[in-house]
Design a protein around this ligand. Sequence first.
Ligand code: NAD
Length: 638
Amino acid sequence: MSDILIRAAGQAGHITLNRPSALNALTYDMVRAINEALSTWAYADAVKLIVIDAVGEKAFCAGGDIADLYSTGRAGDFAYGQGFWRDEYRLNARIANYAKPIVTFLQGFTMGGGVGIGCHASDRIVCESSQIAMPECGIGLIPDVGGSMLLAHAPARLGEYFGLTCARMSAGDAILTGFADHFVQAKSWDALKAELMQSGDIEAAKTFYTAPPEANISAHLESISRHFCGESLGDICMNLRTDTSDFAVQSLKKITRNSPLSMASAVEMIHRLRGMQDLERALELEYRYTARAMEHGDFLEGIRAAIIDKDRSPKWKHALDKVPPVDVSFMLRPLGKDKLTFEQESTAMQIGFIGLGNMGAPMAANLATAGHNVRSFDVAGTTANGVTAAPSAVEAATGADVVVTMLPDGAILRSVADEVIPAMHAGAVLLDCSTVDVESARDVAVLCESAGVLALDAPVSGGIGGASGGTLTFMVGGTDEAYTKVLPLFEIMGQKSVHCGASGNGQAAKICNNMILGATMIATCESFALADKLGLDRQKMFDVVSTSSGYSWSMNAYCPAPGVGPTSPADNDYQPGFAAELMLKDLRLSQEAAIAVKADTPMGAMAQALYAQFVEDEDGLGKDFSAMLPKFEQSERP
Ligand code: NAD
């Protein structure tokens, strides 16, 4: 008997998963067969819609069939798994983008690979027995098959909750979370399928829908929003540990079983994908991880412990909240020529890149690695891997779809813009990622507009590590048209971009953010120095503040005290990181902007004065901006 039944039925194409003894686990052959059927039916006039269902009461599909993945991976053959995932993800995208309605019937377990074929359909039906889950973190993978996208769009941090705990969703939970659409009692399914096949009309299904049972998870939404909102896996664990409620304790217990690297990466992916409606981007990001999962992740060990030896004692590569961000960046780094592509993938862009310093060089290299044609220019003659050096800024910009600038200040940006804009074609984008004054950004945008060129100001946060790891955050000002055009580049160079509004608003967001950062870093450093003088142990101070109302990024993620909190420049003798003089530059920009619009910013002004003293009169030049702590250790109140 075939593992999959494919036939025309009335006005429908009918696909039935037929491996009930294996809970309908998806094999490579089944993926190929579904793909082929959808290709054939896409142009068949007689087929008005597609029904996908499964034999047996226990499961629609409990996941991908991992036996072959494990045996090939153990033998050092990673190409088999990579090929399987590539074709599976392409099928997931095809289901989501299919021009005809696809109705899926999700009884019993729908997990992992089952979500990929069941939960991207246009009409997803659940019943009393439905249990949907993304259990990948439990086997050392990440929520894939487009599940990361569904999790990213779930309300109230349910995505982080279900992704990390691998908990099962009831029918009501699945509808609330966005994994299913309609509840139809199981006893009515045969009649509904018959109606769909006979009429070929999805509207006919409506009379079968009934109110779903209440979501079990509703009672915990407040707790989930509060605990799963952290920036990282470490934050989420820390939040859960502070709560003794049964729900928090159980959630932490579930998390403790799973692969730390998988969960830390899943949080990162969910954050990157939130607010983005693009399944193919999610699948491409997932594939970066899964393509590396056997060789560099916990996948083979996860399968060994869960399925092969069944000892349920996996030896994960990391301890629970000790996953270095650089390991997550490595797993999610672009794959270059091995990137997952889809049939309608757009061709590579022509990019001019001007200013290849500490930040610009790795950003340009990441664009080239992702397959774009990058021509670069820097007055200092610097270049980057995979990039072609041009003899002038004008030659780098000529013919480019996008010209990226990463320059020291507003005056240099203005002079480079004067040079290159006349060489750019109408509709091309000038993307400035430098940190400059708001006025320069807005003046350059006006210049662009008069030449028919689109302009974006997109300063970054994330420093040199973020530039090389492709994990920057972009704060973007400019038109929707320009933002949409450049979005694929932001996703290569960064983990997040926020469109802040019209031209100049990106720079406005950057200087406001850094004004807060400067002030909180000073407050954190002077508090540590005060704690020292009061005889309070620094570790105790960190333990209290990092989980109390004084917490901030400066304390929790970039602690200025050596040996305390996560690794930071303080642990490397205050080598930057983010240099004190760059912080001073940003604080000056914030105060110039504040003066221009008559905003009262006394804390910002004080922060600027303190950093000016530190950099210009003391020994702060060339040190990380957190080296304010040794400064306060030494100084005394007059
Ligand atoms: P950088 O000094 O290392 O790089 C600037 C580059 O621009 C240099 O290589 C320089 O030769 C080149 N340049 C100067 N004038 C030029 C011209 N007319 N034509 C072509 N090239 C020219 O600085 P960076 O650290 O790479 O920072 C770049 C920008 O990013 C700055 O605006 C900075 O404020 C901002 N930024 C830096 C960091 C960081 O951690 N370094 C973090 C966030 C934002």
